[in-house]
Design a protein around this ligand. Structure first.
Ligand code: 0X9
Ligand code: ZN
Ligand code: ZN
Length: 417
């Protein structure tokens, strides 16, 4: 009892600390017009405590690019003055981050059970993976593909009617810890599959003829850290030799032009590529699983946020992939499907030209392994709430995204042989 009370006390204090930490912080959006203004953004980035949201690192900023960054409360006046003086076009995207942080938990019930319309913590998601498999033994099974740096089991769900020689779609969520809508989507998609199997003809056909592997959270340690310590954490939580800074960007850690462009060699940066490709236990576990299942996995989908984009290779080069025409037309059709529900607009294209060049991503790696249908989703929104998407948007976001995922899966099924 004593221990329990202390635990509750610690949780309350850490939640409270995190709450105070964001009061008065602002998120700015700037569009530097030329190299000189890019320089100004870079100097703000290096001289102030600035956290780049989009793109994820100051090194990726280019002229005419829309840039969102978060500024500490005591620096925000100074930063705004600098922007004004230098004539860089800007606006305040989020005026008080604390208010946005509070707004994300806007669903009515704050009950401690699992809900598809709330953000669930890791403990709740882990228990859910066991439950959903136990409740749907003919459709869902759970396995463990490895352990995280901090020792948590990485659960993978396999969905589909049992059959022989089935091909599969692989989908993961939760690469970047702070992109909470992503794990929410993986959970939603599993729910939708089990609830609509036998009712919805497309889903029924998909599960009869294909398997879905769904990894609800890849970067579990980081996700836990966003609940306990720092809501804005992105990377893994591994220690780096010779540095006090923690973590590697899992989406810079794959062996695809590793650390050549749009990635940092400094452990203190949010896009640190790691000491070597697959240096992280989490990326290694994912890559090992895919290598082992290359003969069956026909599509690789990885879910991030935010910006409303549907991206495909390449990111490590501006070169177009050999399957550019086909991937582009799939992305166009999937985006149209997505928009058909709530009119949510997605931009699609090869990632390097559509957002920014960045090497070491899992999408490029999967594609170069021969998985032709490789896509990255960047879910809602376009910056109003950014990573702090209110819970009231989980349902519409997941419903519309499911349409796009089903479209891609159905396309893959129809083009298997
Ligand atoms: O930079 C990323 O890893 C992704 N954007 S995010 O804001 N969610 O971090 C985009 C990934 C696109 N693909 C590659 N860079 N390979
Ligand atoms: Zn059939
Ligand atoms: Zn991401």
């Amino acid at each position: 009892m004593q221990a329990l009370l202390i635990l509750i006390g610690v949780a309350a204090v850490s939640a409270h600390l995190q709450e105070l930490a964001f009061d008065g912080q602002k998120v700015f959006r700037v569009i530097p017009q030329h190299d000189e203004q890019v320089e100004i953004i870079s100097s703000i980035g290096s001289n102030m405590q600035v956290d780049f949201w989009q793109p994820d690192s100051v090194t990726l900023v280019r002229p005419k690019m829309q840039v969102d960054f978060r500024v500490e409360a005591d620096k925000s006046v100074e930063v705004e003055d600098l922007l004004k003086e230098s004539g860089v076009e800007y606006r305040v995207l989020i005026d008080n981050l604390q208010a946005a942080l509070d707004a994300q938990f806007d669903s009515k019930a704050r009950i401690a059970t699992h809900s598809y319309e709330k953000y669930n913590n890791w403990e709740t998601i882990a228990a859910w993976t066991a439950d959903i498999a136990a409740q749907n033994p003919n459709l869902v099974s759970r396995s463990v593909i490895g352990k995280t740096y901090e020792g948590r089991p990485m659960y993978l769900l396999k969905m589909g009617k049992s059959g022989t020689n089935k091909k599969a779609i692989f989908m993961d969520c939760g690469f970047h810890a702070r992109e909470w809508i992503s794990p929410a989507f993986c959970q939603w998609f599993v729910k939708e599959a089990v609830e609509t199997y036998g009712k919805d003809t497309v889903m029924t056909t998909l599960l009869n003829h294909l398997d879905f592997y769904v990894l609800p959270v890849l970067n579990i340690d980081g996700y836990v850290y966003t609940w306990t310590n720092d809501r804005m954490w992105r990377k893994t939580r591994s220690k780096n030799a010779g540095s006090r800074c923690i973590g590697t960007d899992p989406n810079r850690n794959f062996n695809a032009g590793w650390c050549t462009i749009g990635a940092s060699k400094s452990p203190c940066d949010s896009t640190y590529c790691g000491s070597a490709p697959e240096s992280e236990k989490e990326t290694k576990a994912l890559a090992d699983f895919i290598r082992k299942h290359l003969s069956t996995v026909k599509a690789y989908l990885t879910v991030h946020s935010y910006s409303q984009l549907l991206l495909f290779p390449y990111s490590y080069t501006y070169k177009l992939p050999p399957d550019y025409e086909e991937l582009n037309s799939i992305a166009r059709a999937a985006s149209n499907q997505l928009a058909s529900l709530y009119n949510t607009k997605y931009t699609y294209g090869p990632a390097a030209a559509t957002i920014y060049p960045a090497s070491g991503g899992s999408d490029d790696w999967a594609y170069d392994q021969g998985i032709k249908y490789s896509f990255t989703f960047e879910l809602r929104d376009t910056g109003r709430y950014g990573f702090l998407l209110p819970e009231s948007q989980i349902k519409p976001t997941c419903e519309e995204t499911s349409l796009a995922v089903k479209y891609i899966a159905n396309y893959v099924l129809e083009h298997l042989y």
